[in-house]
Design a protein around this ligand. Structure first.
Ligand code: 6PG
Length: 243
């Protein structure tokens, strides 16, 4: 694996500025490419960004026909369920813009069980990538969005989970979530998430101040383990930023 990139912390004034900065970075990453891939995240942190993407001017800045949308983790519920991360992204922007249906790659949460969905999604990612092994010189994604949970989890990689150690698989079923909502999950693993030109953490609220401090102090929390073959950027509102 390539040497993990150094973490860059970008502090912005508030959640509105965070959404604008994230939109700018997303457009930068996808523009001018024949085919781009963005891995979305769930939770409340990306919602400001998703709303911006649904309307002008950002809507007009995204080459929708050339961008493919994946999800870093999802809850094992139908997309129509309010808990579904991809369902949320669809309602917030993907269904409201010119994104071709085939460009939206949801996890097949209608599979029999989470591990089955994980295997199917891994196959889909490999088919999209065109190989079974990730090459750090040719990342799978152009941008991976990430959130930070109150217990230090990211995607559905929870503290103490064996999934944190996964080195080979790209996607795993998680039978027991470590935090609410307590529904089974399907998550990309650290090696798959790392295969990106940019990993962008979104920390949009002062409530994350303590857990962010613990991550930055070097505590062995899942979010601390996240790394990227390309740039690793933490976009943080001032209220959550350490001194
Ligand atoms: C999920 C997420 C998860 C999220 C964090 C932060 O499915 O729950 O993908 O990893 O990003 O829990 O959530 P908030 O943005 O709501 O604080």
């Amino acid at each position: 694996m390539a040497c993990a990139a150094q973490r860059k912390i970008v502090v912005v004034d508030n959640a509105a500025a965070l959404a604008q900065a994230a939109a700018r970075r997303l457009v930068e990453r996808v523009k001018g490419k024949d085919r781009a891939a963005v891995c979305l995240t769930g939770g409340s942190s990306p919602q400001g960004l998703y709303s911006l993407l649904a309307d002008a001017p950002w809507r007009d800045a995204v080459p929708w026909h050339r961008v493919h949308w994946f999800i870093g983790d999802d809850r094992f519920v139908p997309e129509s369920d309010p808990l579904s991360n991809m369902g949320q992204a669809r309602r917030a922007f993907l269904d409201r813009v010119d994104a071709p249906r085939g460009n939206v790659h949801a996890m097949p949460t209608d599979a029999n069980y989470p591990e089955g969905a994980a295997r199917l999604y891994e196959d889909e990612l490999k088919a999209f990538y065109g190989a079974d092994t990730l090459d750090p010189a040719r990342p799978l994604f152009d941008l991976v969005l990430m959130g930070l949970g109150g217990d230090g989890h990211t995607a559905s990689l929870f503290p103490g989970s064996r999934a944190l150690e996964e080195k080979t698989r790209w996607v795993l079923g998680i039978a027991k979530a470590g935090m609410e909502p307590f529904v089974p999950r399907v998550t990309l693993t650290f090696p798959a998430l790392a295969s990106t030109r940019e990993m962008l953490f979104l920390i949009d609220s002062g409530d994350k101040r303590d857990i962010l401090r613990r991550v930055l102090d070097g505590e062995d929390l899942p979010a601390r383990r996240a790394h990227a073959d390309g740039e690793l950027v933490w976009l943080v509102v001032r209220a959550a930023a350490p001194h």
